[in-house]
Design a protein around this ligand. Structure first.
Ligand SMILES: C[S@@+](CC[C@H](N)C(=O)[O-])C[C@H]1O[C@@H](n2cnc3c(N)ncnc32)[C@H](O)[C@@H]1O
Length: 240
């Protein structure tokens, strides 16, 4: 059974996820930095560092949300970054941020479903996603789409939550993630389910070698796993 945000509604996961992110969009950036004590900023930096060597010029940021990963990619001095998301609310916050930062001419945010991308095959030098793939309704379909639009030789970089395995980080993290984060998340975002869905969806999501195996099955070569901060998050890379 798929892990969904609102268990008492019959809607499919995609509609529920879009609804959830529309509902929390205004508080998303604040909660991200507050609940991770700012470590999410460092994680995105590390992920961008891993594609820097290839100097990608045309980059696709899947599940771009409010655009933080796309903005971080500006350090690579790309010609263009396209961000795609199913949540209009998240994109609206992102567009406002881009305008303030005067980045709207390089970063374009578009409405779109990662599992059904509007782009032609073999276009992008790099395709990336931060905290997005866990929310896909069909993970393999979304990853296959990322593979399709990537140029041969291009790199994929995926940042996602994972599960720490070692004592005592595992125990401390589980306590924080299941008992503290949902309380603050609900209080600040006012969404009844978003920050309960977060730990539940991480728990059910494949991580480490299980995730690189899926990347390989989709077609990516030279896949690698880089755990971050005791395994709380991970970066996965692969090449087409
Ligand atoms: C946790 S946010 C991550 C946003 C951003 N990448 C970041 O690093 O902060 C996850 C985003 O994935 C988007 N999303 C989920 N499923 C999607 C899909 N099938 N296609 C496009 N975006 C999707 C959600 O709307 C949401 O904005």
């Amino acid at each position: 059974m798929a892990v969904v945000p609102y268990k008492d509604t019959p809607d499919d996961k995609k509609s529920q996820v879009a609804h959830m992110f529309n509902s929390i969009a205004g508080k998303y950036d604040f909660l991200n930095h507050f609940l991770s004590a700012g470590v999410d900023i460092y994680w995105r930096k590390k992920a961008i560092d891993l594609v820097a060597r290839n100097k990608p010029q045309l980059i696709l940021d899947i599940a771009t949300g409010t655009g933080d990963f796309a903005i971080e990619a500006m350090r690579l001095k790309p010609r263009k970054v396209v961000g795609v998301d199913i949540s209009e609310g998240m994109l609206a916050v992102g567009r406002e941020k881009l305008q303030k930062k005067q980045l709207s001419h390089v970063i374009e945010l578009k409405t779109g479903d990662s599992e059904n991308l509007e782009f032609e095959a073999n276009q992008f030098d790099a395709v990336m996603a931060a905290f997005g793939v866990r929310n896909f309704e069909n993970l393999e379909k979304g990853l296959a789409e990322m593979y399709r639009v990537l140029k041969p030789g291009g790199q994929v970089v995926i940042l996602e939550f994972s599960k720490p395995k070692a004592f005592p980080f595992k125990q401390g993290y589980n306590f924080y993630f299941k008992h503290i984060l949902p309380v603050f998340g609900k209080l600040i975002s006012k969404d009844r389910a978003a920050y309960t869905y977060l730990p539940e969806s991480v728990q059910a999501f494949p991580d480490g070698p299980d995730f690189t195996t899926i990347l390989t099955q989709v077609g990516f070569k030279f896949t690698a796993w880089h755990p971050l901060t005791f395994g709380i998050s991970s970066i996965y890379v692969g090449t087409k």
